[in-house]
Design a binder for this molecule. Structure first.
Ligand code: F6R
Length: 357
């Protein structure tokens, strides 16, 4: 079912604009208005705090989702790695709502948390690509991702689908609470879909960048601030899991508190800048690493770009930049793995769904 694609991962990267359009279609009514299950809306309205529980890439989507829910719908949100939450549960608020994010809906670490919080009598909503999966059946509510089957072990289109559905959920909640927003997620996601297409049509450029930066290195660092930091973490996970290059995502401001000691002559540092309020400061961080010999690559949003940036992203709403900035990151990881003769779709030691704790 790969068709003409050499790998599922590349096919799934390319499917992301279609997935955005599926989500727009599935989450709108006949009048083109945003549509969401009424029971989910009520549960969101009732909650005094949201606890997002997930693992790996889905956890990284949760970090972006927290921003939507806090900034748009004004609900405090905590995002937790499932395997940590199970053994070290934080103090819970009076009326918590748990949101499980899971492509497969089968991740045992997340399920362990779901079992515990159900015992405590708290409500749960699962965002999953597989309605009918364990996490979907055992939660009170489900929001489907509509990404279609994801076969490659490295998650790509599920991540962007999770973020898009979280944006829809945040806006629906805001409206239910009477918060006025000048942000129409369905319109903005349509712009995102087109922007994604622009990037997936620039594969040759990205393949060349992967060659220049990752062909022989042992390690790589991704830096970003604010929302870009979340994407930096996801970018590092993508690179390390399929190319076996040791990669970490760091907050630009934390570099000088330790990480900068690792920068040597030629160390690849990929910096992401899509947020106006941190554009200046992340560029300062790039100068700091370049002064120590780093081989820096800057990816910026149109409007924030400067001479020398390696790749410029088409403009989208500032809240939704992770949906487009992650695409070159996925493609860089893909080509890095390809050039290093790695098994792109089935990296060593990994399974598509992790059903043991
Ligand atoms: C990374 C990756 C994993 C999964 C994680 C959670 O590319 O695929 O990190 O994101 O194992 O899986 P789900 O979302 O199925 O719960």
């Amino acid at each position: 079912e790969k068709g003409t694609y050499p790998h599922f991962m590349l096919k799934e990267i390319d499917e992301q604009p279609i997935v955005m359009r599926n989500i727009i279609r599935e989450y709108q009514d006949e009048k083109g208005e945003l549509k969401l299950d009424k029971d989910i809306r009520k549960a969101m309205q009732k909650a005094d705090r949201i606890y997002i529980i997930a693992a790996g890439t889905s956890y990284h989507a949760g970090l972006v989702g927290k921003e939507f829910l806090e900034k748009l719908s004004n609900i405090p949100v905590e995002v937790h790695v499932a395997s940590e939450f199970s053994y070290n549960m934080p103090l819970l608020s009076e009326k918590p709502l748990f949101i499980f994010i899971s492509q497969s809906g089968e991740t045992a670490d997340s399920r362990a948390v779901l079992v515990k919080i159900k015992e405590l009598g708290h409500p749960a909503l699962t965002l999953t690509n597989v309605p009918g999966s364990t996490l979907s059946r055992e939660a009170n509510y489900t929001l489907p991702l509509h990404a279609g089957p994801e076969i490659a072990v490295a998650s790509t289109k599920a991540y962007t689908a999770q973020i898009a559905v979280l944006a829809v959920l945040a806006v629906d909640t805001a409206r239910a609470k009477g918060i006025k927003l000048d942000f129409d997620p369905l319109q903005e996601l349509a712009i995102v879909a087109n922007a994604m297409e622009v990037i997936t049509n620039q594969k040759e450029e990205l393949e060349q960048l992967a060659r220049d930066y990752f062909a022989i290195t042992r390690n790589a660092f991704y830096i970003g601030r604010s929302t870009d930091y979340h994407v930096a973490q996801e970018a590092a996970l993508k690179l390390k899991e399929i190319s076996y290059i040791q990669a970490e995502g760091f907050a630009g401001g934390e570099l000088k508190h330790g990480t900068i000691a690792l920068i040597e002559d030629g160390t690849p540092v990929i910096a992401l800048t899509t947020q106006e309020n941190v554009n200046y400061s992340i560029r300062g961080n790039v100068q700091e690493v370049v002064a120590r010999g780093a081989h820096a690559l800057i990816i910026s949003s149109k409007g924030l770009e400067q001479d020398g940036d390696a790749f410029v992203l088409p403009p989208v709403h500032e809240l939704l930049t992770p949906l487009v900035s992650v695409i070159p990151m996925q493609l860089l990881a893909y080509y890095a793995a390809l050039h290093r003769d790695c098994d792109v779709d089935k990296p060593r030691n990994l399974a598509k769904s992790v059903t043991v704790e």
